[in-house]
Design a protein around this ligand. Structure first.
Ligand code: C5P
Length: 258
């Protein structure tokens, strides 16, 4: 069996995918500081992962040209622009419109920017030739109940705030949310199966946790309903990033076999 037949069907049909197509749920976080390092990872991982995440570290290190640069390496590369926009609706709409010029596949905003802001982001995304998926960040996983209650004046647990923001994001037209693997089930129950959940905080069994605390394996997260998993160091820091990605696909296959 060819290794990369280990691709998965998504729980939803979104952004031009249809559920009959093969599907790879791995989004690799390109948390590097040079265009060359990012390009080298894309070159090596081409065909073994579903998409690449460009976050604020890489973006601010090398600038907007990174989108085109990576597409020169892999013309089909799907790019998640992890911009976490959070501003007044008009400004966020303008930022998303500008991102449309770079053919991003997925872009995100903070759900706490509110309904009008998320709606403006979705409307701006819809102006693109191919609409990017608009994803909302709910509660940063660096925050706990005490941060919410004591510092931010939010009288809810993290979990109930995550679910409330996920529901708001759905009502506002967003395609899904970023959330910890521990919140997948609650979000899928409150929203619906088609509402995407993208989850970082995953670690293959035995991999170093780094600064991640409450982790699950990629297979556990996908089995719970994650549509995409964001993986950084277990792939980018491996001796062979390609082998690491293939091993993760195998682990997911094993966990979701039944
Ligand atoms: O290297 P690692 O697999 O921990 O990278 C995870 C990626 O997901 C990083 O880019 C990190 O910024 C991002 N992320 C996260 N936790 C969140 C949101 C994003 O780890 N709650």
């Amino acid at each position: 069996m060819p290794l990369l037949s280990v691709h998965y069907l998504p729980s939803s049909a979104a952004n031009g995918y249809n559920s009959a197509m093969c599907f790879n749920p791995i989004i690799v976080a390109l948390d590097v500081t040079s265009a060359e390092a990012a390009a080298s990872l894309v070159h090596e991982l081409s065909g073994t992962v579903g998409a690449y995440k460009i976050g604020l570290e890489l973006f601010n290190a090398v600038g907007i040209g990174i989108f085109g640069h990576l597409r020169e390496v892999d013309s089909k590369a799907k790019i998640f622009y992890d911009a976490k926009f959070h501003d007044i609706p008009n400004t966020v709409a303008g930022a998303v419109r500008s991102a449309n010029n770079h053919n991003v596949w997925m872009v995100n905003v903070h759900a706490s920017g509110g309904r009008a802001m998320m709606k403006a982001a979705v409307a701006a995304a819809s102006e693109a030739d191919v609409k990017p998926l608009v994803i909302a960040v709910t509660v940063l996983t660096s925050l706990d109940d005490s941060d919410l209650n004591n510092d931010l004046g939010i009288r809810r647990t993290v979990r109930s705030q995550v679910v409330a923001l996920a529901e708001l994001a759905k009502e506002s037209g967003c395609d899904g949310v970023v959330a910890s693997p521990h919140e997948i089930k609650a979000i899928k129950q409150a929203c619906d199966r088609e509402f995407l959940v993208i989850t970082p905080g995953v670690r293959p069994a035995g991999a170093s946790l780094g600064d991640q605390k409450r982790v699950m394996t990629p297979g556990e997260a996908v089995a719970l309903g994650a549509d995409y998993i964001v993986v950084g160091r277990p792939i980018t820091g491996a001796g062979s990033p390609r082998d690491a990605a293939i091993n993760i696909l195998r682990e997911i296959e094993g966990a979701t076999a039944n």
